[in-house]
Design a protein around this ligand. Structure first.
Ligand code: LLP
Length: 430
């Protein structure tokens, strides 16, 4: 199987950054998320290079929903990244990680009054999702005696080749304002005393393996930019969102790179903004393509069973990785302690959760398994731990970050005490 270069197989064991994954599993226990910081940084640099070699004003905002670990966000902050934050929590994380407020965009289709107040207080730009929200934000800014810079989230009504649950720019989607109504929305924004429209924003969906749809989105956005510029809106940035996919099947899926993305999108973007007579910043918001392949989920085989199928029961389930159950997502798996053994036997890899759908991998050819084997689930750095839960009262597992050949805990193992810490029995039970 094709592996990214931070993963390798030596002496029969899977290695990450040259570190033996079996030894990491022994040291920290399983289940365990392990992330290569170097790989995250490498992916960020390739975006930065691909875009800035073609256009002078570029900003890469990490979609913080993909991986909410402070240490991962800090690694990106240190390289100059900004962030797309989708909640007050993500805003706090990005600021705690050292990102400057001007590098953040507060996104969200349903912001609460407290979210709007926080955005105003911290002075971050807001991607506004409705006119109702616009007026609430204007009022919040007025109350604070401030002006807020905004973009509207455009719904470009574009079909994209991805799982329907992660297509976000369809005409029927909950996100954004229909593109035809965008000029009217900016006219309203211009009349709000405490709002300054400075950008436009869209995001068409996630796990998109073809760069064509991004080109279509860029066309819609520069067309809108022209109308807005003629209307008197001074656009400082155009944000094309994230969405570039990763190859689920390493050997057969297309693997578009930031370079492919930039080569397709930037000529359209450049011609479009030149036609408007402006040079706004180009913003992108990658999540998955920055962090997904940096990370392994290491899980131990508890038992095997021959029933309707041959099952390998492991200690991580959809409590830690919900993507296969939720989006039928395919994650490659490798037996970390016998990574070069021949693949003789078909297994369905199932977790410990009390749900029929708790399956991490269906019908995979693996070496014959025994209890104690360590299975590495690949490409779990995006929407892995970030979407985990404590279902079945399972404390969440630790996360380890690796730089060079040094590993360090970036999130400790939760305990049952962490689960009960926020609970209280009512007075009549005490
Ligand atoms: N910008 C906005 C406004 C977004 O809503 C998203 C993702 C991104 C950027 C980043 O997209 P990416 O580059 O990661 O594709 N949980 C799902 C993915 C949901 C994506 C939601 N929005 C999954 O595990 O596939």
């Amino acid at each position: 199987m094709k592996l990214p270069h931070h993963l390798s197989i030596k002496n029969g064991h899977l290695h990450l950054n040259g570190l033996d994954c079996v030894a990491l599993a022994q040291q920290y226990g399983t289940p365990l998320y392990v992330t290569s910081e170097d790989r995250v940084c490498e992916q960020f640099r390739s975006y930065q290079k691909a875009l800035s070699s073609r256009y002078p004003k570029v900003r890469v905002l990490f979609a913080a929903k993909a991986n909410g670990n402070l240490a991962v966000i800090r690694a990106l902050a240190d390289l100059g990244a900004g962030a797309d934050v989708f909640s007050s929590g993500e805003l706090h994380l990005a600021l705690d990680a050292g990102m400057q407020p001007e590098k953040l965009l507060f996104n969200g289709s349903s912001k609460a009054p407290a979210d709007l107040r926080l955005a105003v207080e911290k002075g971050v730009k807001v991607s506004v999702d409705s006119l109702d929200e616009l007026y609430q934000l204007d009022a919040a800014a007025k109350a604070a005696g401030k002006t807020v810079e905004i973009a509207f989230r455009v719904n470009p009504a574009l079909e994209v080749p991805t799982h329907p649950k992660i297509a976000t720019g369809l005409a029927t989607s909950k996100f954004g304002i229909p593109h035809k109504e965008i000029p009217a929305a900016y006219r309203k924004a211009l009349s709000c005393k405490h709002i300054q429209p400075v950008g436009i924003h869209c995001h068409i969906g996630s796990q998109i393996l073809d760069v064509e749809p991004f080109a279509r989105a860029a066309e819609v956005m520069v067309r809108i930019a022209k109308e807005l510029t003629e209307m008197g809106v001074r656009l400082e940035f155009i944000d094309l969102g994230g969405g570039l996919g990763i190859p689920y099947h390493h050997d057969t899926d297309p693997a578009p790179t930031p370079e492919d993305y930039a080569a397709k999108v930037i000529p359209i973007f450049k011609a479009g903004v030149e036609a408007c007579g402006i040079t706004p910043e180009l913003w992108v918001e990658p999540g998955r393509s920055l962090v997904a392949d940096s990370t392994l989920l290491l899980t131990r085989v508890n038992s095997t069973k021959e029933a309707h199928r041959r099952f390998a029961n492991v200690d991580a389930g959809f409590n830690l990785l919900i993507r296969p159950a939720m989006y039928d997502a395919y994650h490659e798996v490798i037996v970390a302690n016998r990574a070069d053994a021949s693949l003789t036997t078909e297994y369905t890899v199932t977790g410990p959760i009390c749900e029929t759908g708790d399956i991490l991998a269906h019908d995979r050819k693996l070496p014959g398994l025994v209890a104690g084997d360590i299975i590495a689930v690949l490409d779990t750095g995006a929407y892995g731990f970030a979407m985990s839960s404590q279902y079945n009262s399972r404390p969440r597992c630790p996360e380890v970050l690796v730089r060079g050949d040094t590993a360090s805990l970036m999130r400790r193992q939760e305990t049952i005490r962490d689960i009960t810490a926020t609970m209280e029995c009512p007075p009549w039970q005490r």
